[in-house]
Ligand binder design. Structure first.
Ligand code: TTP
Ligand code: MG
Ligand code: MG
Length: 454
């Protein structure tokens, strides 16, 4: 046997060289001991949880997803429920958010109507969701992930992608072992479990994490990707939902293996952009990077005019439109800002910003606009401007944002009107169906260049 890559991880429990050419060198997920022989149980602690894979020490892309997340948190807090079927959901008429694995054996699933779930498992303990508690545990899990690598891309409250490339030296062990160690830690320190998928790309890491739930650890390597995927249904591919799988079925395509036999041009001819995705993902090709969460500091929108503006009246409708845009983005991201920031750039290209901190955080276009307007009034002294921008900073959760304004009854009315406009906008697919008095019928004399959002 040729010995190509041999890496020593000095901090490994057994301080043994790990070679990609020695696939039998698996390790134990319970005690992390490197295995000497290819036997089923760990030769150090006897645990059956030994992982072996030809590419085990070369793969760095992971997807981690907590097991029966809400139910696991509740079981942690009420140990007497440990061996009982537990359903988390919204009362008798609601639906199941999640169910523990004991309840799942009885057929209970997420999104099932509660009455059906209780028909399948009448002895289940039903608990109403406590979102604040789950969010706090989710943050704890995420912080632990971020201590492994800065490249953590959260997908939801209980899952994330992690890119562990180049971290072996730091941790003193290869990614696979770092991950096994992580799953031991969240069990010991947080009291819930997670399943791990390890691969070379996002698509297969996500597929892998779902293969052996709960407490799973699954590896999909480059060598086996095509064969592994071939027998799987097309719905395993990201983005293939009910509608597309029905279309594919009409065309006689049920498995990923069938997609693997069709040329890219043909798939694109039939299914457009999605055809391109089907081509690549069916062949295990996915070069999307792990994008870490950005710590957004502010949300703003600005516009540059074709020719400079100086009159307050000319700037009002532009400021209003930009404020509405910022507000839409805040609402979509479910955040609120405490400080309104007005930005102006003069014809001499010199920029200035003016800030005002509000008594309460806001998401409302009206509050952003009226505050911006007060700031703007002081700056319209004949100076010619080439750009105006408005934004909010000091971002946070919208929990205490925009309390009913007891002093300014008009502001309260406008806030209610804004809620109604938002509802209409949602109903009509995001298009502005109602124009406010500030923007309605008012044409800016100079045509602004495309807006820029930051
Ligand atoms: P998931 O990770 O999809 O499910 P899970 O963690 O409960 O179970 P699994 O072991 O299969 O990963 O979702 C995470 C949480 O999101 C879940 O605990 C509850 C919530 N959720 C809902 O509220 N409704 C749903 O339909 C789903 C799928 C999840
Ligand atoms: Mg989960
Ligand atoms: Mg999940």
């Amino acid at each position: 046997m040729t010995c190509a890559i041999v890496t020593t991880f000095p901090l490994c429990s057994s301080a043994m060289p790990i070679s990609s050419n020695y696939p039998e060198r698996g390790f134990c997920r319970d005690c992390l001991a490197l295995q000497k022989a290819a036997c089923k149980r760990c030769d150090a602690c006897g645990s059956p949880r030994v992982v072996r894979h030809a590419e085990l020490y070369e793969l760095n892309l992971a997807h981690i997803d907590c097991d029966a997340f809400y139910a696991a948190v509740e079981k942690r807090d009420r140990p007497e429920l440990r061996h009982r079927p537990v359903i988390i959901g919204g009362g008798k008429r609601g639906v199941v958010s999640t169910a523990c694995y004991i309840a799942r054996i009885r057929g209970v699933r997420s999104a099932m109507p509660m009455f059906k779930a209780l028909e399948a498992c009448p002895e289940a303990v039903v608990i109403k969701p406590d979102m604040e508690k789950y969010a706090a545990v989710g943050r704890q899990v995420r912080a632990m992930m971020q201590s492994l690598t800065p490249l953590v891309e959260p997908l939801s409250i209980d899952e994330a992608f992690l890119d562990l490339s180049g971290t072996a030296k730091l941790h003193g062990k290869p990614a696979a072992m770092v991950l096994a160690d992580f799953s031991r830690k969240i069990e010991a320190e947080i009291g819930i479990s997670a399943s791990i998928g390890l691969s070379y790309c996002k698509f297969l890491a996500k597929v892998a994490s779902d293969l052996a739930k709960p407490r799973g650890f699954s590896v999909i390597g480059k060598q086996e990707a095509l064969e592994f995927l071939a027998s799987k249904p097309v719905t395993v591919i990201w983005g293939v939902g009910k509608a597309l799988s029905a279309t594919l079925e009409q065309n006689g395509i049920r498995t990923i293996g069938q997609l693997q036999t069709i040329e890219r041009t043909e798939l694109m001819r039939r299914y457009g952009v999605m055809g391109d995705r089907l081509y690549h993902l069916s062949r295990g090709q996915d070069d999307r990077r792990v994008e870490p969460e950005h710590d957004v500091k502010s949300i703003s929108s600005e516009t540059t005019f074709d020719s400079d503006l100086a009159a307050f009246d000319d700037l009002i409708p532009i400021l209003r439109a930009l404020s509405e845009k910022v507000s839409r983005r805040l609402k979509a991201a479910d955040i609120a800002g405490h400080t309104v920031v007005l930005k102006l750039k003069g014809s001499d290209f010199k920029s200035k910003t003016r800030n005002r901190r509000l008594p309460d955080a806001t998401q409302l276009a009206d509050r952003i606009f009226t505050t911006g307007l007060e700031l703007l009034r002081k700056e319209t002294d004949g100076t010619r401007y080439r750009l105006i921008g408005i934004g909010v900073s000091d971002l946070g959760a919208p929990t205490t944002a925009d309390p009913p304004d007891l002093i300014d009854a008009q502001a309260r009315k406008r806030a209610l009107a804004e809620g109604a406009i938002d509802a209409l906008r949602e109903k009509f697919g995001g298009k502005p169906v109602v124009e406010t008095g500030y923007t309605f019928g008012r044409k800016v004399r100079t045509r602004p260049a495309p807006d820029q959002d930051n």
